[in-house]
Design a protein around this ligand. Structure first.
Ligand code: PBG
Length: 329
């Protein structure tokens, strides 16, 4: 009892704080999202994501080698698809010579040990900017899940280690798992975006890929019929448990910071690795505040990443991965 017990003794110097620190982050914790575009020599900054870029394949090769040198061991690939290749069913997603398929090979050729995860959803390929097929103002579930399964097989054929379905259709994990098994890809993993909320924090990402839902008649203006209502908690556990039952190897909560209560609940509930996606809007907020001189970029970044890990993240998908390693020194 006080004054015999003084909690401040364990905070008295940096050395004692280091000794008793409960949470640390290493390069092993990060999954690095990368945006890929057609062309050559392209490294274009995304306006709402300062210091983050869309890369053509030649620059993707360079970036892969740089990430590996920095100690980062896993990437999550997204592609920006030219408008003339977009349609309602995401036909281009199944092209064996498509941009995603070439991007997977580019990373694997540059660095065979780099773990490659791929985004699986129709939105970058959809003329309507939706994660599934649009019909009469609805997003079709089962028809979409079938395409996602074919898409996953195509990514596995190109060399992806894990597919990461980010669409939130019901039953898609089982469809994908079965398709991978049927085609001989028993060792290709699935990281499911299992508790993905309909969030306004995805804005800058949709700028990066030009993938926002389009504003035309009979096309839903938002993704609320498939992504989760951010008011809900129990539903996140059910979604996650179902994805595990269907064969997900890794589950995910997305976005990050505003959803750490969900991260902790899921971490307490399940025994597979839990990933957290610190999304584009979270990145943009800090970059903007730091640019104005209102927040200390490196200090706030570190605090946020530690908070995500402390909440229960085993894997952090973050645009800050390189910044963090730079700060770590
Ligand atoms: C696409 C997808 C999105 C993100 C990852 N995959 C956007 C969306 O669902 O609209 C968001 C990532 C981010 O904001 O950083 N299915």
């Amino acid at each position: 009892m006080y004054p015999l017990i003084r909690n401040r003794r364990l905070r008295a110097s940096e050395s004692i704080r280091r000794l008793v620190r409960e949470t640390i982050i290493t390069p092993d914790d990060f999954l690095v999202p990368l945006f890929v575009v057609e062309g050559k020599g392209i490294k274009e900054e995304i306006p709402s994501m300062p210091n983050y870029y869309r890369l053509s394949l030649d620059n993707l090769e360079k970036e892969t080698k740089e990430l590996w040198k920095m100690g980062l061991c896993a990437v999550l690939l997204f592609v920006k698809v030219p408008n003339n290749l977009k349609d309602n069913k995401g036909t281009e997603a199944l092209n064996a010579e498509g941009l995603m398929q070439r991007a997977i090979k580019t990373v694997k050729d540059a660095c065979p040990e780099m773990l490659v995860m791929t985004d699986v959803a129709l939105d970058p390929y959809s003329a309507y900017g939706h994660d599934g097929i649009v019909a009469e103002g609805q997003i079709l579930n089962d028809e979409t899940a079938e395409i996602l399964a074919e898409m996953s097989v195509s990514h596995a054929q190109a060399g992806a280690d894990f597919v990461a379905p980010s669409d939130m259709m019901d039953g898609r994990i089982l469809s994908i798992r079965e398709a991978l098994e049927d085609e001989g890809f028993q060792n290709t993993g699935i990281m499911s975006y299992s508790a993905k909320y309909a969030s306004a924090f995805y804005g800058p990402f949709r700028d990066a890929l030009d993938s926002a839902p389009v504003d035309i008649a009979n096309v839903p203006k938002d993704k609320k019929t498939y992504q989760m209502d951010f008011a809900n908690r129990f539903e996140a556990i059910r979604e996650t448990q179902m994805d595990i039952d269907e064969g997900a190897d890794i589950v995910m909560v997305k976005p990050g910071l505003a959803y750490l209560d969900i991260v902790r609940e899921i971490k307490n509930e399940v025994d597979v690795p839990v990933a957290v996606y610190q999304v584009s809007g979270e990145y943009a907020m800090l970059k903007a505040a730091a640019e104005k001189g209102w927040l200390d970029h490196d200090a706030v970044m570190t605090e946020q990443l530690i908070a995500i890990k402390r909440a229960g993240a085993n894997i952090i998908a973050s645009y800050f991965a390189k910044d963090f390693i730079r700060v770590m020194g």
